[in-house]
Design a protein around this ligand. Structure first.
Ligand code: ZN
Length: 438
């Protein structure tokens, strides 16, 4: 596999960005989804389906679709979106009248390596609380323990799992001890090799740049993460966590390449993207060259008093992610993805924008699964179902600031590759039923 140097990576990303901007998505810096294009729409009225999601208000920003529709899924893929599909044509019906039906949510920053990282939660158990079908592990595993993540989490979860490999070989196993206090844990060659060997699972390198994580090592962990990404030859991205980062934040931001991900962009933990009321020019410049601005709410990384001026001054999010983990889940900000999305409704984004920032946009960052994050015919049959609850609601950030809203999204259920989490499994998976049941 040829080495990809920094210049090639930038060139590659810039070309992709041009193509994406030219296509009118308004979301620069990210390559379009790779792999074979979804098969063309052939709308056969006699076609039979494994599952029909019936009567919901379907909202898919990727095709400017919003309206009451039935969605037909067969063999794990979306095969039809019609005003009505007869129940005679399907093995199962998931009733969705009065509900909001959107592409399966994609959470770009989550911690889903239970029992092995210091923070992990079991992804499938999150589904009733999140209706999320794809989770990206944000550095739970490093090169020494990613095999366990691959075999015991990704291979066994019903949810779709990808990950950023931590630049530290031990990942977040040592949490809360800073994994980059000792740079000996950063093995660039081993990280690069691990990325190259697992391109279907690993989309990049994670690094945390907080003073309590890196000690006196400054920005060296970030530089090593970028080296590993470039050495891997996989166009790997770097996801960098900020919040009380060492040194000048602008220096850190200037290191990020197009396609890299700045997570905790609205952290108020210190050394913030907004200083003295002004968003840092280096943060705007990063966004402009295609660095992905990610929310990563978590237990200590989302502050309304940073987010509001940042957004007003142009540092808008590209992706809304939760940073859900065993510690953040019980904090007052309750960073379950639909709840975090609801906060952005309150911040003035439209429902379409918010859905897009938690579906098509993070799917494009993943760039591994054609059609992911959309409901296009031929796309994976990943669907999230919500109730849109109207009425007064109070949101709390991680600094305990409160904001009043008028609407929130309540998770109802999710469908992954055509299999709903809430219905009996169709054959051949056994489901307890009386002998002779028709
Ligand atoms: Zn995190």
């Amino acid at each position: 596999m040829p080495e990809v140097n920094r210049r090639d990576f930038v060139k590659y990303s810039a070309t992709a960005a041009t193509a994406v901007v030219a296509a009118g998505t308004g979301f620069p810096g990210l390559a379009a989804a790779s792999g074979p294009a979804p098969s063309p729409a052939v709308d056969d009225p006699t076609q039979r389906f494994d599952l029909v999601i019936a009567g919901g208000e379907v909202l898919d920003p990727s095709q400017n679709l919003r309206g009451v529709r039935d969605i037909g899924i067969t063999n794990g893929r979306i095969r039809a979106i019609r005003h009505s599909i007869s129940s005679d044509l399907t093995a199962q019906v998931l009733p969705a009248a009065g509900k909001l039906v959107v592409p399966g949510l994609v959470d770009l920053h989550a911690h889903v390596y239970p029992q092995a990282s210091g923070l992990g939660l079991p992804p499938d158990e999150l589904v009733p609380l999140t209706a999320t079908t794809t989770y990206v592990s944000a550095g739970d595993a490093g090169a020494n323990n990613v095999s366990g993540f691959k075999h015991w989490v990704a291979a066994q979860a019903r949810t779709r799992i990808l990950g950023f490999l931590h630049i530290s070989t031990i990942g977040l196993a040592g949490f809360p001890v800073g994994e980059m206090l000792n740079l000996d844990y950063a093995d660039v060659d081993l990280a690069a090799k691990t990325l190259a060997e697992n391109p279907e699972l690993l989309i990049g390198v994670k690094v945390r740049e907080s003073r309590n994580v890196v000690g006196t090592n400054g920005l060296t962990p970030l530089r090593l993460a970028i080296q590993a990404a470039e050495r891997s030859g996989t166009h790997a991205r770097v996801m960098v966590h900020i919040g009380d980062a060492p040194g000048e934040l602008s220096q850190l931001l200037d290191l990020l390449r197009p396609g890299d991900v700045l997570t905790h962009a609205y952290s108020g933990a210190g050394n913030n993207t907004v200083q003295k009321g002004k968003v840092l020019p280096a943060a705007l410049a990063a966004k402009q060259r295609g660095v992905v601005i990610d929310v990563g709410h978590g237990g200590g990384s989302f502050d309304f008093t940073i987010a509001e001026p940042a957004i007003e001054q142009g540092l808008t999010p590209d992706t809304i992610s939760s940073d859900i983990h065993a510690v953040s889940a019980t904090t007052p900000g309750t960073p379950f993805l639909p709840w975090v999305m609801s906060k952005f409704l309150t911040l003035g984004f439209s429902l379409e924008q918010v859905i897009q920032m938690a579906t098509a946009h993070p799917a494009r960052v993943i760039d591994r699964v054609a059609g992911l994050g959309t409901l296009a015919v031929g796309a994976p049959g990943d669907v999230s179902v919500f109730e849109r609850v109207e009425g007064p609601v109070t949101f709390v950030d991680t600094a305990k600031h409160q904001r009043r809203g008028t609407v929130f999204l309540r998770p109802i259920t999710a469908v992954k590759a055509g299999r709903p989490f809430t219905l009996p499994f169709p054959g051949p998976v056994p489901y307890p039923q009386p002998f002779g049941y028709p």
